[in-house]
Design a protein around this ligand. Structure first.
Ligand code: CDP
Ligand code: CDP
Length: 225
């Protein structure tokens, strides 16, 4: 069967990665969490005291970062591997979440990540989620989805997820972080978060994971026919 590129963009904690993973599993496509790449770069900068406001430091550091994904065929998840280290857990920590949007706004960082993302899509059969996938990474993708959900629902979903790992985390901390990232991501100069003109909007505030998958698989079938 013909393979296509599916892009999933939207605000923080809307369920983009969940949907992308579900689709990839169902269609036997490659799943790429582009946000994990920006998070891994942020972790590298924090660990190595790279000042991302200094272009020379950024340009010097980026060639030292190797990014890979390790896929788990059983549950369809993928782990971020940075310089041969599995950093999947570390990149989800609050310190990374607090800094990632600033790092992702740096022009050189975006060029570094986007080039690798475009390479991954050469053979098609890929579902990639992020902020600029339908607008910048794959402007010619066959199916583009823009996910939204009520902000209160998004905060609640992320809280339920993070509370399991860190019972000290507060709703306020999560709300502040999501608001801050959405603001920076939508207002940066390079590739701001925007709905691509030809993207279909999916508001999943009241949809379960199963319901959102069924809906989107219908759109995929339409495209493939
Ligand atoms: O999953 P969550 O919504 O928390 O965020 P993420 O997808 O892991 O992305 C983390 C951050 O990376 C975002 O807030 C953006 O600042 C940045 N990002 C981006 O700029 N472009 C992308 N294609 C993906 C993520
Ligand atoms: O990738 P993004 O930041 O947009 O969100 P995510 O990490 O896929 O989803 C955030 C949380 O919402 C996860 O805990 C999902 O299980 C949950 N979720 C949900 O409860 N219902 C949905 N329809 C979609 C996601």
């Amino acid at each position: 069967m013909r393979k296509i590129i599916i892009t999933i963009d939207g605000y923080s904690s809307c369920g983009k990665s969940t949907l992308a993973k579900q689709l990839a599993k169902e269609l036997n496509y490659v799943f790429v969490d582009s946000g994990a790449m920006y998070r891994a770069i942020t972790l590298y900068f924090l660990r190595n005291h790279i000042d991302w406001n200094m272009t020379e430091e950024v340009v010097g550091a980026l060639p030292n970062i190797t990014l890979d994904f390790a896929y788990n065929d059983l549950d369809g998840t993928s782990d971020m591997i940075m310089n041969d280290e599995n950093v999947e857990m570390l990149i989800r920590e609050m310190l990374v979440s607090e800094n990632v949007s600033e790092v992702a706004a740096v022009k050189e960082v975006r060029a570094f990540a986007v080039a690798q993302q475009q390479q991954m899509g050469l053979k098609k059969g890929i579902v990639m989620d992020g902020r600029d996938i339908g607008t910048t990474v794959f402007p010619n993708a066959e199916l583009k989805i823009f996910v939204t959900a009520d902000p209160a629902v998004r905060v609640e979903r992320r809280y339920r997820e993070l509370f399991l790992k860190n019972p000290h985390i507060t709703i306020e901390e999560i709300r502040d972080n999501l608001e801050m990232r959405d603001y920076i991501d939508s207002n940066r100069e390079v590739s701001p978060l925007r709905k691509a003109e030809d993207a279909i909007v999916l508001d999943n505030s009241n949809l379960t994971k199963e319901e959102q998958l069924t809906k989107v698989l219908g759109w995929v079938k339409e495209k493939l026919n």
